[in-house]
Structure formats: structure tokens, C-alpha cells
Write a new protein. Structure first.
Length: 69
């Protein structure tokens, strides 16, 4: 009985060790405030990131031309 329990325990440890050795796959979500940062994030992250921008190029250009209040 002890041998069977020890075998099951050893098998469980092997399964856990095999699972821990596998690489994790997760996509990084990035929200950029400016289109330039969105483009840079896409360039650096490649297919490992999902990038969204809070503004588009036209909005960013218009906002930078406004006079400060």
C-alpha cells in the first residue's frame, strides 16, 4: 500500500514539474495615449502585444496646435 502511494506521489510530482517547465503564453495589452507611442509599442512588441491608441493622428495633431489656456 505504501509503495502504491509513493508511486502516485512521484507521478504527481513529475506531472507538476513537467507543467512548470512549459513556457507561459500571454499577450500584453497596451493602451497608448498618442499614435506615436502606439506605433513604437507595436514595433517593439511584435506579435506578443495588442496595442490600442486613445487618439488618432488627426486628433493628436489638432491638440498640439492649440494655444495653451
Amino acid at each position: 500500500m505504501k509503495l502504491k502511494r509513493a508511486s502516485l506521489l512521484a507521478a504527481a510530482y513529475v506531472c507538476l514539474a513537467a507543467g512548470a517547465a512549459l513556457p507561459a503564453h500571454a499577450e500584453l495589452n497596451i493602451l497608448a495615449c498618442e499614435p506615436e507611442w502606439e506605433a513604437l509599442s507595436k514595433e517593439l512588441g511584435g506579435d506578443k502585444v495588442k496595442v490600442s491608441s486613445a487618439t488618432n493622428a488627426l486628433q493628436a495633431r489638432t491638440a498640439s496646435r492649440r494655444a495653451p489656456a
